[in-house]
Design a protein around this ligand. Structure first.
Ligand code: ADP
Length: 596
């Protein structure tokens, strides 16, 4: 907790409104640039409406003076009342255009920011995602961009409006009643200093509240993501308690913040009206001695409330801008990340499918001290089927991830068709490698969209053909909506075996030179199992296939097995050769893991 508090302070310090920090908002400003005409017009209307409203107290004072027998340009109180209504009307029309124009700019530019962020995010390398939580990334696209939207549609406009009101109001008062104005201004610095001290505490505490709330949100996110696990462990009550504890922490900090805020608000109200009392008292003595008219006093008091209001408003805006700087930092950070190299359009050139690993060493960037692969060497001729075997954590999936170039390797070389994967166009490389994962997760759309994911321009016939080869057509054609059937979020409306066959159809349509099969550990019912197996056999034909094997039946059929132990290949050969080595690592593994 102490550390967290330290962080909150640090964060807070970082976001002081220094020039450097404000330039971060400037970084966002480039998204406003395409809509600069509307932005400029909005600013213009804002200036007009503020200036128009500033004439209101002056004319109101004249109304009172005219009522008490003095003369002005317009000599009757009805006329002046109409002028006052006119001022309000013009001001409202200007305000409408200001709000509309700023909304136009901010809605469009924030859409642009979200698109840029999203496009950037999906292009970022795996290392980036290893280091960050999904929820945090989502909140950058949603909450942070909304914060910026408020800033550019309202906060900046308000800032300008308050500054105009403050400066023009003070200038006007100095010109008309300098004595009273100086008296009023003398009380301001005290108020401002007290407000700033309060403001600092409140901001620090509300940052802490946000941190605690974010921590509580993570609990919800995790629970919903693994709701099946939670249920299977009857963990509902445990999770509710965990969430309650998290929320209780929020309440404690939030109440502390509320205490400060309450004190602050009552202080401001007291100070504001106290100031008005002081001004009225001093003004009344001036009126009594004949140095000031009643009307001037009325307009003076009105100006004082305007000015007081804008000073209070500026305090709020200060806090808002600090938050906006935090948001722009987080948004710009992602926009500034380097994407994976070249996923640009490419010509699909044929790949033979020969895969070679030569002296490959690797540690995950998030755990550089742990070497996951220690000098891996193998050569898979095009069209061969091999299996990777070994206990969990041996490095099998890592080998696949490196082949897909999800991470850069530390030493050695990975070659396809004799060419280093660094020289292959990234998109071309990946479009030539098909994967049927252990746990198939489909996208929320239709079966058709899911199959065509690998080839969005595929014809209806091609998709059906792929579905037939994948043994998926039997069940798809039985659905009333056929291929248009929606699979539900992550494909939950299909059974495990059906999802696998959709994934196989997808891979068939992709037609890759190299195929990766990550076998499911849990077996399906016998009938689905047979259908899936048949579909896989069809898919594997004429393709280099690397299987992360969990079944004896699979491992028996492959041309060669590589047995991995703690990041090294300890044995290789066919099942027959390896199983014969009585006390070999593989023979043991078979006894322990593959005994069916
Ligand atoms: P296998 O597929 O054989 O079960 P993996 O290749 O998944 O093994 O894992 C090998 C080692 O790498 C394990 O110790 C695992 O904890 C570690 N590891 C896997 N993925 C990551 C990752 N994204 N970041 C850091 N370490 C990882």
């Amino acid at each position: 907790m102490a550390k967290k508090r330290g962080n909150a302070l640090e964060e807070h310090e970082k976001r002081k409104l220094t020039k450097q920090n404000l330039s971060k908002l400037g970084g966002i400003f480039r998204f406003i640039l395409p809509y600069k005409l509307n932005f400029f017009l909005g600013m213009l209307f804002l200036i007009f409406s503020s200036l128009t409203l500033l004439t209101f107290p002056y004319v109101a004072g004249k109304l009172i003076d005219t009522a008490s027998g003095k003369t002005w340009l317009v000599d009757d109180i009805n006329g002046i009342a109409f002028i006052l209504l006119g001022i309000l009307l013009v001001q409202s029309i200007f305000s409408f255009f200001r709000v509309w124009l700023f909304a136009k700019v901010s809605e469009r530019s924030m859409r642009d920011i979200r698109i840029s962020l999203y496009s950037k995010l999906v292009q970022l390398p795996m290392t980036f995602f290893d280091k960050r939580r999904t929820g945090e990334l989502i909140s950058r696209i949603t909450a942070d961009v909304s914060m910026l939207q408020d800033t550019f549609s309202t906060t900046l406009a308000e800032l300008l409006r308050q500054i105009i009101t403050l400066v023009a109001g003070v200038i006007f008062l100095m010109m008309t009643t300098p004595k009273l104005t100086l008296f009023m201004l003398a009380t301001f610095p005290v108020l401002v200093i007290i407000a700033m001290v309060f403001g600092k505490f409140i901001r620090k505490l509300s940052k802490e509240t946000q941190d605690e709330l974010a921590a509580a949100n993570v609990i919800v996110e995790e629970t919903l993501q693994s709701i099946m696990t939670v249920k299977s462990f009857a963990g509902e009550e445990y999770e509710s308690n965990r969430y309650r504890k998290g929320l209780n922490k929020v309440v404690v900090v939030a109440l502390k913040a509320a205490g400060f805020r309450g004190a602050f608000i009552s202080f401001i109200i007291f100070a504001l009206f106290g100031g008005i009392v002081a001004v009225m008292w001093y003004g009344a003595t001036l009126v009594a001695s004949g140095d000031m008219s009643v009307g001037d006093l009325v307009s003076f008091v009105l100006y004082t409330t305007f000015i007081g209001g804008s000073i209070a408003g500026l305090g709020d805006i200060y806090g808002q801008l600090q938050k906006a700087i935090g948001s722009s930092e987080r948004v710009l950070e992602i926009l500034g990340e380097a994407p994976e190299v070249s996923t640009a359009d490419f010509q699909k050139v044929p790949m033979e499918g020969k895969v070679s690993f030569r002296g490959v060493r690797f540690s995950y960037p998030t755990r550089p001290e742990m070497e996951v692969l220690k000098s891996i060497d193998f050569e898979i001729p095009a069209g061969e089927k091999v299996a990777l075997a070994g206990q969990s954590g041996a490095g099998k999936s890592t080998i696949i991830q490196l082949l897909l170039k999800f991470y850069p390797i530390d030493k050695g070389q990975i070659l396809i068709d004799g060419k280093s994967i660094d020289t292959w166009n990234l998109k071309q490389l990946r479009s030539n490698i098909g994967i049927v994962p252990q746990e198939v997760l489909l996208f929320g759309g239709s079966i058709k969209e899911n199959i065509a994911y690998a080839k969005p321009d595929a014809s209806e016939e091609e998709i059906i053909e792929a579905a037939k080869k994948a043994n998926a057509w039997q069940f798809i054609s039985k659905f009333p909506e056929g291929m248009e059937t929606k699979v539900g979020e992550r494909g939950i409306k299909l059974s495990g075996g059906q999802r696998q066959r959709v994934a196989i159809a997808r891979a068939i349509l992709k037609d890759p030179a190299i195929l990766i099969l990550d076998e499911a550990t849990s077996s399906l019912d016998a009938e689905s199992e047979a259908l899936v197996q048949e579909a896989l056999d069809e898919l594997m034909k004429n393709r280099t296939t690397i299987i992360i094997a969990h079944r004896l039946s699979t491992i028996r059929k492959v041309d060669r097995i590589y047995v991995l132990k703690e990041g090294e290949i300890v044995e290789e050969g066919t099942h027959e050769q390896l199983a014969l080595q009585e006390d070999g690592f593989y023979a043991n593994l078979v006894r322990l893991q593959f005994a069916e």
